[in-house]
Ligand binder design. Structure first.
Ligand code: ZN
Length: 271
């Protein structure tokens, strides 16, 4: 046998044979049927349709509720992602029900989500402003507009009632500081991918990748982004988001970004 054929496998086989020769005969185990290792479950993508139930979210210029747009687009994205067969996909809410922000994070953590994508369509004072934007978590806001957006999105928990308000601000700050570096990198990579993909299909807000202290993005171990698909306060954005074809276009762009995220991650891990 030449040295090239002395692989790890052949050496292990030789070692096993030697071990078998010295093992007591009485201990010979029953031959077991070969069971292949359990396949890795497909990664779980947790989609989070914003608001719901008693919290309508933003109310559009013609009266559309953000919660309905968010849910309809999340359901469409779930359908598209599942059709590829590469992911498991769940929604933080299955119907028009109120769920506090930290509970949404908790659902994703409890289920072991690989990715968390919160979906929204905000309203803003200036009705001319339109376009999609993507947000990641940061202790400090990238700009005043995003700081105000985070205040509005975080304020969803004013509907939660006193039972939820038992997390001390210091605890919330510590939780924020525990956000791991890899999670930040993953979130930023998904954010860039979403911005590129959505830019091919939608009008975009100026500087569409922003950051602020969003409660719903505070999972320390799950790359998380918040997508504002457009502004309910802009007539064109609202009209577009009311159309199923447009929501399918938004979902298709988001799916391209999620596909690229996981492909990139696989390449990265193998390299
Ligand atoms: Zn929202």
């Amino acid at each position: 046998m030449d040295a090239g054929r002395l692989t790890r496998r052949t050496m292990l086989a030789a070692a096993a044979a030697a071990a078998a020769r010295v093992a007591p005969a009485a201990a010979a185990p029953k031959r077991r049927a070969y069971t292949p290792p359990a396949p890795h479950p497909a990664p779980l993508v947790m989609l989070d349709p914003g608001h719901g139930g008693k919290d309508p979210g933003a109310i559009g210029v013609s009266g559309t509720y953000e919660k309905h747009i968010a849910f309809a687009t999340a359901a469409e994205l779930k359908r598209q992602l599942e059709s590829a067969g590469r992911y498991r996909v769940e929604l933080t809410r299955q119907r028009d029900v109120f769920i506090p922000l930290e509970e949404r994070v908790g659902i994703a953590q409890h289920k072991g989500a690989a990715l968390f994508v919160s979906m929204h369509a905000d309203a803003i004072a200036d009705p001319r402003i339109r376009g999609a934007s993507i947000y990641t978590l940061s202790d400090t806001a990238s700009d005043a507009q995003t700081a105000a957006l985070a205040v509005r999105e975080n304020a969803a928990d004013r509907f939660a009632g006193p039972a939820f308000h038992n997390v001390a601000p210091e605890v919330a700050r510590i939780l924020a500081s525990l956000v791991r570096q890899e999670t930040r990198i993953g979130s930023a990579r998904l954010q860039r991918g979403l911005a590129n993909a959505l830019d091919q299909s939608l009008p975009m807000l100026q500087n569409p990748t922003r950051h602020a202290s969003f409660v719903v993005l505070k999972a320390a171990d799950i790359p998380s982004v918040l997508v504002e698909m457009g502004f309910m306060s802009n007539r064109q954005d609202e009209a577009a988001l009311r159309l199923a074809e447009h929501r399918a276009t938004v979902a298709a762009a988001m799916k391209r970004a999620i596909d690229a995220y996981f492909t990139g991650q696989a390449i990265h891990m193998a390299g």
